[in-house]
Design a protein around this ligand. Structure first.
Ligand code: GCB
Length: 595
């Protein structure tokens, strides 16, 4: 799906700011027609933000069900004769949207955009009322899964993943205008042909559009100079002496995708950034531009005090500054697709991204232990079933549809820690791997394996191009005994290395309360976190197939309540307010030693 843009033919207007807001715990608003007029009894709610932590009220924080958002916006007068689109960058986890009294769209899935052509419902120069009902309930047929339980005290949402179920309008809402004849999709896939000293870059493109206009694509370099042009909806742009996009080197070209009328006048212009690079798995190596790449960095979360999962450019730029400070070259969008702005900035900064779909918590063995899912079977007709898989497939389609053109994205992760040691898991995942490869043959694909399905037991890993492993030797097992942890971890990892695929350790970490200290190896102290990481690094450095280390987590983050968590998960190298723990300094020493 294309982004709202300001170009010579497109205009956009953000609907961000304070919206009217009302919780609907009783679920009466839909039948009572709350969208048909101004929301009664509404309070103010900022967009973008999670609503949970804004009102200082447990009823909002722990709300289960519908939440109503409403605003009015004036459609610019200059948009007469234009196609007008209403777009939500995300609504967690699903929404129905009305313009005036008319329902215009519904969407399932909390982390990808959706939009509707509302031209027929608006008059340029007039105001419209936009209402969205956003629902946060998770079931076995949602991604991620959960269960809503009816209790004497009310409805309670249980879920099997380790981050707070923040909800609401987490990202921007837009009204935008295009010409009636317009570009509907663009795909670019790049290649590099070595040629003497300077490589030749190749940008293959496919343009989809409405109407019969001619397509022209003009590629400009970062200085704005035209370096290649091509005509037709499908084609190739060849760039001799190309500046390659690479880790730490976010060089971007820009493709102006134009629709031209018979006289050659521009009907539509969509600007697509292009980083020319290649990604390849060869043996146990992960190659970017033909060079072995070693991932250093973190699994992250979209998580901050007050805003919850609401996107914020200040947090974005600051987090990337800290990634640079600590020497990280990459991160994983654990455990869901992040805001578009994050990938744009990663492209610009040359930060490498493992892009993950929101399939987390599909594991009742694990969820059972920590989150109370012990009465469920993971994959069964009553739990995660064919319908769930279709929802999962659609989430993969939307992830790739949205992110396929980002140079920073080098690897798709189609699940985090699902059950993977059963025939049912294998049957569930096989078609999803096939789908991902069909949708994007240009990138490797994998899923993140859990400790409960160690080497020799996992039935899904062989479907992936890269092995992604989350392991907590020295934390959840061998707690406090790093010597025993080191032996056990090395033994397991050597087993995985025998598979002949690159291994990225996508999680290793130890909860740490900033300011807690000890002279002996004591879990939860800053010293223990450092020693734990050092032990892991000794193991990684002794195994060639390990091509990456992503510490869990970049920063402390909010979770549901539980005896395992002290005001959230504390495995951050940084605190939730982004102050470094001793571990951050230790990582910095390791990751910047060659700078
Ligand atoms: C994991 C999960 C992650 C948790 C983490 C932990 O394996 O992938 O979501 O937060 O462990 O800290 O337990």
């Amino acid at each position: 799906m294309l982004r709202p843009q300001d170009t010579s033919t497109r205009e956009r207007k953000a609907l961000d700011g304070l919206w009217d807001f009302r919780l609907d715990a009783a679920g009466e608003g839909r039948s009572a027609g709350w969208a048909r007029g101004p929301l009664e009894g509404a309070t103010a709610m900022p967009v973008p933000a999670s609503y949970n932590d804004i009102p200082a009220d447990a009823a909002a924080r722990d709300h289960v069900g519908d939440a109503w958002y409403q605003t009015t916006v004036r459609v610019p007068r200059g948009w007469a004769g234009r196609r007008v689109v209403l777009r939500f960058d995300a609504a967690t986890h699903r929404a129905v949207v009305w313009v005036g009294d008319t329902e215009v769209m519904t969407h399932e899935g909390g982390y990808t955009p959706f939009e509707a052509d509302v031209t027929a419902l608006v008059t340029p120069g007039d105001e419209i009322r936009v209402t969205a009902v956003v629902n946060n309930e998770l079931s076995f047929q949602t991604i991620p899964p959960g269960v809503v339980e009816d209790t004497p005290q009310g409805r309670r949402q249980r879920y099997f993943h380790d981050f707070f179920n923040y909800a609401g309008l987490h990202r921007s809402v837009w009204l935008y205008a295009t010409a009636p004849e317009h570009v509907t999709d663009v795909r670019v896939v790049t290649d590099v042909r070595p040629q003497g000293g300077a490589p030749t870059g190749v940008v293959r493109y496919d343009v989809e559009h409405e109407g019969g206009a001619a397509v022209r694509v003009t590629l400009r370099d970062a200085a704005g100079d035209v370096v290649a042009t091509a005509d037709g909806a499908h084609g190739e742009l060849v760039v001799p002496g190309a500046h390659l996009w690479g880790p730490g080197h976010g060089y971007l070209y820009e493709a102006d995708v134009e629709l031209l009328d018979a006289e050659g006048a521009t009907l539509d212009s969509y600007l697509q950034t292009v980083g020319i690079r290649t990604v390849e798995v060869r043996g146990t190596q992960f190659l970017i531009n033909g060079e072995p790449f070693y991932f250093t960095g973190f699994g992250k979360h979209e998580d901050a005090p007050v805003r919850g999962k609401g996107h914020d450019d200040a947090h974005l730029v600051h987090d990337f500054a800290l990634l640079d400070w600590v020497g990280a070259n990459s991160f994983r969008t654990s455990h869901y697709p992040y805001a578009d702005e994050v990938y744009d900035y990663a492209d610009r900064q040359g930060i490498v991204v493992i892009d993950e779909v929101a399939a987390v918590g599909q594991n009742m063995g694990l969820g059972g232990g920590i989150f109370g899912g012990q009465n469920y079977v993971t994959f069964s007709p009553e739990t995660i079933n064919d319908t769930s898989r279709e929802v999962h497939a659609q989430a993969i389609r939307e992830l790739i549809g949205r992110d396929k053109n980002h140079a920073s994205v080098v690897l798709w992760s189609i699940a985090n820690e699902p059950e993977s040691d059963t025939d049912a898991a294998r049957a569930y995942f096989e078609p999803l791997f096939a789908l991902t490869r069909e949708l994007d043959p240009s990138r490797p694909v994998g899923f993140v394996n859990v400790m409960l399905a160690p080497h020799g037991r996992c039935q899904v890993s062989e479907l992936g191009d890269v092995l992604m492993l989350n392991r907590y030797y020295g934390w959840y097992v061998n707690t406090g005994d790093l010597a025993a942890a080191e032996v056990a971890w090395r033994t397991e990892l050597e087993g995985w290395a025998s598979e002949g695929k690159p291994i990225v350790v996508t999680e290793y970490g130890a909860d740490t309360i900033a300011g807690l200290h000890s002279v002996t190896p004591t879990p939860w102290t800053e010293e223990y976190q450092v020693e734990y990481l050092e032990m892991n690094h000794r193991v990684f450095d002794s195994i060639d197939a390990v091509v990456g280390e992503h510490v869990w987590n970049f920063a402390d983050f909010a979770t549901s309540s539980g005896v395992f968590r002290v005001d959230g998960n504390k495995k951050g190298a940084f605190t939730r307010d982004r102050r470094p723990k001793a571990a951050a300094h230790a990582l910095r020493r390791r990751w910047t030693r060659d700078r």
